[in-house]
Design a protein around this ligand. Structure first.
Ligand code: 6R9
Length: 569
């Protein structure tokens, strides 16, 4: 679909002199917005919350509006400061120190946000895990990070294999009783003081571990430091276009990077009211949330927009969505069709943004201040040098497809892959961070996403590593070998398709296929469970034993199979 550019919004946005700003911007200029620039005392939680709580004009402003079908609660910046102080005291009482890994495995709730900030206030490293993870996914992440404390709920406890996690010394239970050796969140919070001396850290000290999937091996721990606040703040200002009286809603769960960088840090660093909606997605619920909470800035994902689109425009028109003034998207390619739909459903542009867990913050974006070309991810953020490079790290001319790469060294860049320096190094080539995405850049500097260069699957905006799914599949008693690919799907972007061979004595049946599917769902997570499973006689492998997922994909899509010279007999 070829569409005309959609013009910039005129006036009244945070990036007024777009061209000038672009040319003159230096990351150093952003530092003046933080108290540490004067005091030398650094902590991202202080900048995000306490700073506003100490400002008489802001302390009573709602910081968090938590809303779920069964619960509504509002915390001001002052409330959030005190609650996170209390939790920091709980952590101190239980000997959590700077640099310790403290994981959170629970649904979004006010307790989650207080605990998350408390972890940062003691200088520890927070590891948020998506609540839908099952035992294997939880175990892998806690094992690799050597987390010593986990904060979870009684419901989720049976997915935490404590006897296999020798480093995990303490578990805090949120809600309900805390038997035996468990620490009760409610009881300890009641007793804890709401005064706390924040642990001042270095800008380069760790604050966050997000596990994410690659094409090989188990998920890796992407390590972020306090310095990321510089990027969270400034992209919040210029891309999310946050202003102090906005009511902002980021739909992502903090188990994913969007839910921390832009579901916690960007709004609060900018002193903006942040809405968190719990419960399940439905068009009525989401439109209702916008209308009821008067959402003005909304950051979501193509998969959600596509579902809203298929629900029909009447569904949108049932609600008063007039509070909306700015909409953004991340996670997958934003189809031009969706942009067109957005124009008519909301009378607003949907602004695509591109970035990754590893980049910690937005890098290529559509700004309110620029003309948008539907289908393009936009242009690099000021201060970001992006290019298309070949496999040797040489820049390619416009309109040539290649590796989307970023010049090393932006503020929110990951600083390590946890316990895996080799993996970290492998991202960099010739001074470039190489993303694993393919793209091209047009003559005017707009970037256009083309696809992944590795086998990573993007299903409904969630990154799934085929290796993790294959490993789980072959644990099933009937499965001998497995190969997993992403298969294009109009609503979900891709779905997970598994090819498996059966062990002797097992026959193909619908029950068996469903059993295998459920096995992955219950062992790993719902979003990693294959929607399609196909039985094969053999799984194609290279002579060195690597599964040839590319070949499986070509077969599936009826494409030419290309070079198969490395195929095993
Ligand atoms: C923030 C986030 C990263 C991968 C990335 C790319 C895909 C993200 C996109 C996009 C097309 C966009 N992706 N944004 N593809 N257009 N605007 O999503 O992080 O979960 O690590 O995923 O998602 O393939 O490499 P993460």
């Amino acid at each position: 679909m070829d569409m005309q550019p959609i013009p910039a919004r005129s006036g009244n946005h945070n990036m007024e002199n777009y061209k000038e700003t672009y040319e003159n911007f230096k990351w150093d200029d952003v530092k003046g917005n933080f108290t540490w620039n004067q005091t030398g005392k650094v902590n991202i939680a202080y900048e995000a919350v306490d700073r506003h709580a100490e400002n008489p004009d802001k302390k009573n402003q709602p910081a968090l509006i938590y809303s779920a079908p069964d619960r509504e609660e509002t915390l001001t910046f002052e409330d959030l400061k005190l609650k996170s102080n209390q939790f920091a005291n709980v952590l101190k009482k239980h000997h959590i120190e700077k640099g310790d890994r403290v994981f959170l495995f629970m649904p979004r709730s006010p307790e989650f946000y207080a605990a998350f900030l408390g972890i940062l206030k003691v200088g520890a490293i927070a590891g948020p895990l998506f609540e839908a993870f099952m035992e294997q996914a939880v175990r892998d992440r806690l094992e690799d990070s050597e987390a010593t404390m986990l904060i979870t709920t009684p419901d989720l406890l049976d997915r935490v294999p404590t006897d296999e996690l020798p480093d995990l010394k303490q578990i805090v239970l949120v809600g309900g009783d805390a038997p035996g050796n468990y620490i009760s969140y409610d009881e300890e919070m009641e007793q804890a003081s709401d005064e706390f001396n924040i642990e001042w850290v270095d800008l380069e000290d760790g604050m966050l571990l997000h596990y994410t999937s690659g094409s090989t091996g188990k998920p890796k721990g992407v390590y972020h430091v306090h310095n990321a606040m510089i990027q969270h703040y400034q992209t919040g200002k210029w891309v999310l276009d946050l202003k102090e009286d906005d009511v902002y809603w980021c739909t992502a769960d903090p188990g994913w990077v969007t839910g921390t960088s832009y579901g916690i840090f960007a709004p609060w660093l900018n002193g903006v009211t942040n809405v968190v909606r719990g419960g399940r997605f439905s068009p009525d619920d989401w439109y209702g949330t916008i209308a009821e909470k008067n959402i003005s800035v909304w950051y979501s994902a193509p998969t959600a927009f596509r579902k809203l689109l298929s629900a029909g425009e009447e569904e949108a028109k049932k609600h008063d969505l007039s509070s909306l003034r700015h909409i953004l998207s991340v996670g997958e390619p934003l189809n031009p069709e969706v942009v067109t739909w957005g124009l008519s459903a909301f009378d607003l542009r949907i602004h695509d943004t591109w970035w990754m867990t590893e980049t910690g913050g937005m890098l290529i974006c559509n700004y309110p201040a620029m003309d948008m070309r539907p289908g393009s991810m936009g242009k690099p953020f000021p201060g970001i040098e992006a290019a298309i490079v070949d496999n040797e790290g040489n820049e390619l001319p416009p309109n040539q497809m290649g590796n989307l790469a970023i010049k090393e060294g932006w503020p929110s860049m990951m600083r390590a892959v946890w316990q895996n320096p080799g993996k970290y190094e492998s991202y960099f080539l010739n001074g470039w961070y190489v993303s694993g995405d393919s793209a091209y850049k047009d003559e005017d500097g707009y970037f256009w996403f083309q696809g992944r260069l590795d086998d990573v699957i993007n299903t409904s905006g969630e990154r799934v590593g085929p290796f993790e799914v294959e490993s789980k599949l072959i644990e099933h008693e009937a499965v001998a070998e497995a190969g997993v690919i992403g298969k294009p799907d109009p609503e979900r972007g891709e779905i997970i398709k598994a090819f498996v061979t059966l062990r002797d004595g097992y026959e193909q049946s619908d029950e068996l296929l469903e059993d295998i599917r459920q096995f992955v769902k219950k062992g790993l997570s719902a979003h990693a469970a294959p929607r399609e499973i196909e039985i094969k006689d053999t799984i194609p492998k290279t002579r060195s034993g690597k599964i040839m997922r590319r070949l499986l994909k070509s077969w599936e899509l009826g494409l030419p199979t290309g070079d198969t010279s490395t195929l095993e007999e």
